[in-house]
Design a binder for this molecule. Structure first.
Ligand code: NAP
Length: 226
């Protein structure tokens, strides 16, 4: 693997994306964090973060800003090694059908699902120029019907309809996209960063073997997730 390893993590604030960025940083990747305006401002004020990572202000809803991000990576590096689609919206707890606000659902899908498709469409040509191209779509077991039917699973009673269905869609998309990439160097996987035994609402720490599993998606041949 060349020294000039490039990774993009879609993330802002202090969530798990920062943990993924730190792992990649420790493994000698140049990490670009694509963060939206408010969180971008918070991270940009953090000197440690802004020295470690290249922070780029990107609203994932903006086709123009995504194109600018691609142009930046293309002109500066000419390739991309790792794309971590991590950004999320999680709205609507305990929603019943009469409570669902469709515009909220659409907004969530715009980030949790459509922006992932856009990122992959946009960066596929640059990933194809990498020696070890990887796409990791961060998902949640809340999108898994079998998990949600398991009474031992801590989120089984949660009904975050928009969030859970968007992650189910993301999982199926990842599965189907893998078929197209079968003959290419690009490996695509989904990844749930929370271990079931550590499951608690809004964990923002990666526990136990999670880091090793994440790294195995980059370096190993084993495919996790689906
Ligand atoms: N935390 C958990 O317990 C857990 C469990 C299982 C899976 N996951 C998955 O892990 C990933 C990270 O979760 P997290 O809890 O760390 O999330 P988080 O703290 O909510 O971070 C997600 C970030 O996405 C950003 N985002 C939203 N809309 C955006 C836009 N239009 N453009 C650019 N960025 C945007 C948000 O930025 P703003 O702050 O600016 O809105 C937010 O900071 C997610 O995919 C989630 O589904 C999390």
């Amino acid at each position: 693997m060349e020294d000039n390893r490039i990774a993009i993590v879609t993330e802002a604030g202090n969530g798990l994306g920062k943990s993924f960025a730190n792992i990649l940083y420790r493994h000698k990747y140049n990490v670009i964090i694509a963060a939206s305006s408010e969180s971008f401002a918070i991270m940009n004020q953090d000197r440690v973060l802004s020295q470690k990572f290249k922070l780029i202000n990107v609203d994932l809803k903006s086709v123009e800003e995504l194109s600018e991000l691609k142009s930046y990576v293309d002109s500066k590096y000419g390739h991309l090694d790792v794309l971590v689609n991590n950004a999320e919206i999680a709205n609507g707890f305990g929603q019943k059908i009469d409570q669902i606000i469709l515009d909220d659902v659409k907004e969530l899908y715009e980030i949790n699902f459509f922006s992932v498709l856009k990122m992959i469409q946009l960066f596929k040509p640059l990933l194809e120029k990498s020696q070890l191209p990887r796409i990791i779509n961060i998902t949640s077991a809340m999108g898994s019907i079998s998990k949600m039917e398991d009474n031992n699973f801590c989120y089984t009673d949660y009904c975050m309809t928009a969030y859970a269905t968007s992650k189910a869609a993301l999982d199926m998309y990842t599965h189907l996209q893998r078929k197209e990439f079968k003959t290419s160097k690009i490996k695509i996987n989904n990844f749930d960063p929370i271990l079931p035994q550590n499951c608690s609402y809004n964990s923002v720490k990666l526990c136990g073997s999670v880091e090793d599993q994440f790294l195995s998606l980059i370096y190993g041949e084993k495919e996790w997730g689906l």
